[in-house]
Design a protein around this ligand. Structure first.
Ligand SMILES: O=C[C@H](O)[C@H](O)COP(=O)(O)O
Ligand SMILES: C=C(OP(=O)(O)O)C(=O)O
Length: 447
């Protein structure tokens, strides 16, 4: 893999790029980009190909995508505990979905690169003081001071280092024994007594154990159970960073963005004639595009033409985020028209971003019931059209935060202040994430 002839990864520079930071010192940015271009890849192009083929199974209706993690990763949260808790939650959700819904689950974290945030407003005002809005740790600091909020390109290097450290540990956990299905109980140890979803999970883990013991007694002890295939993903937002990490794959001569396995383009940056779609059209990674409630069939079909001209199942995933009140109304036409066009995209439901509201306390939050209702609507629409509900994309954490209200171990609006730790949008905590996995598994089975 080399950094030469990556010119094709720079065609976005001629087009308008939404949501880019105003770096105060262009020379400092150029130096950072030059350094990043010399750094080794974080992922291997062959891994991106493998994920694209796994996503092909999702698009064909043979597998289910579980994509989840923080809204915004933070540099000061790169600890073994945080990373393990997040991975553990995703592994538990994966076990629930695989076993209870009997479907292969493709596991992708919003992890090891999710450091940049698109925002509704460029500035934030507090007590009469106006400063640039927080755009993620890759750009500026969360603290409300002029120093912290000034975009600093050195942070892009820290993003690379933070992604590398996180990915290293995720790879170690995934292949070094921690993710062994025989650990299915161990993932739950600190959790089982205290929560209804933990207890429900424990019962399922016992069934998995029995099934594995049965297979062992029959003389099979598959290697596949000892490790897990786990992929990284993030929003490809800051194009200077993403294109500096774009390389020509020496095997195929094609461009890959080696900052993560899967990249998605957000609702605020998916303009058809904009820089983000142009950038994504040049790389071979599996690509996601968020589709909000205003998406027209023409936009969806043009996105397919731009990003998946070969109509290759697995290349393009549409991650819909309509809101619980709109999904049943807006999704059918999109799915119908895309299906009629012959394209085979993967359809995935993000039930978080269309359901955010501000509580009286000022906390941005989401109701677990709305999240669930959007997923239900997603399943209903696909059932009605005979298409495949391909997966879920959720903001979650493995920690016991109080950011979303509701769930089996109910969080009330008055609890929000207790552990409200997100730097941007509210995440499901571990118990709410497991609740969701059980409910989605039930929906999938019924489908
Ligand atoms: O995570 C998504 C967006 O970055 C977020 O919803 C924007 O939030 P804002 O409306 O507070 O800017
Ligand atoms: C910003 C995000 O979502 P959306 O683009 O759908 O608003 C996100 O997933 O972090």
């Amino acid at each position: 893999m080399n950094a030469e002839s990556t010119a094709g990864g720079n065609t976005w520079r001629d087009l308008p790029a939404a949501q880019q930071p105003e770096w105060p010192n262009p020379e400092a940015l150029r130096e950072v980009i030059a350094d990043l271009e010399s750094y080794p890849p974080l992922v291997f192009a062959g891994e991106c190909d493998l994920l694209r083929s796994r996503m092909g199974a999702v698009a064909r209706g043979e597998a289910f995508l579980l994509q989840g993690g923080d809204c915004a990763e933070a540099f000061d949260a790169i600890s073994a505990d945080h990373i393990r808790n997040k991975l553990k939650t995703l592994l538990q959700m994966g076990a629930v979905l695989t076993y209870a819904a009997s479907v292969p689950v493709v596991k992708v974290g919003r992890i090891a690169g999710q450091y940049s945030k698109p925002r509704s407003k460029p500035t934030e005002t507090r007590g009469g003081v106006t400063l640039p809005t927080y755009r993620g740790d890759s750009v500026n600091g969360f603290e409300f001071t002029p120093e912290a909020r000034t975009p600093d390109p050195q942070r892009l290097k820290r993003m690379y280092q933070a992604s590398a450290a996180t990915l290293n540990l995720v790879r170690a956990f995934s292949t070094g024994g921690y993710a062994d299905l025989r650990q299915v109980h161990a993932w739950n140890q600190d959790f089982v007594k205290s929560s209804p979803s933990g207890q429900r999970y424990e019962a399922l883990a016992r069934e998995i154990d029995n099934a594995m013991n049965f297979m062992k007694a029959c003389g099979t002890d598959p290697e596949e159970f000892k490790t897990v295939e786990f992929y990284s993903s993030h929003e490809a937002l800051i194009l200077d960073y993403e294109s500096a990490l774009t390389r020509v794959d020496s095997r195929t001569g094609k461009l890959y963005d080696v900052s993560g396995h899967m990249l998605w383009i957000g609702e605020r940056t998916r303009q058809l004639d904009g820089a983000h779609i142009e950038f994504a059209s040049r790389i071979r990674n599996p690509i996601g595009v968020k589709l909000g409630p205003t998406t027209t069939p023409h936009e969806a079909l043009t996105l397919i033409d731009r990003l998946d001209p070969e109509r290759e199942p697995g290349r393009l995933t549409f991650i819909t985020r309509m809101g619980a009140d709109k999904i049943r109304d807006r999704l059918p036409e999109l799915v119908e028209k895309v299906t009629a066009s012959g394209a085979q995209v993967a359809w995935v439901c993000d039930p978080m971003h269309g359901n955010t509201f501000e509580a009286a306390s000022g906390h941005k939050t989401r109701r677990f019931d709305d999240v669930l209702d959007e997923v239900k609507g997603f399943f209903e629409v696909h059932k009605g059209l005979g298409t495949h509900p391909g997966g879920i994309h959720v903001e979650l954490t493995g920690d016991d935060v109080t950011e979303c209200v509701g769930g089996g171990d109910e969080i009330f609006v008055d609890d929000l202040h207790q552990r409200y730790e997100t730097a941007c949008d509210p995440r499901l905590n571990r118990s709410q994430s497991l609740d969701l996995a059980f409910l989605v598994a039930e929906m999938y089975r019924q489908q």
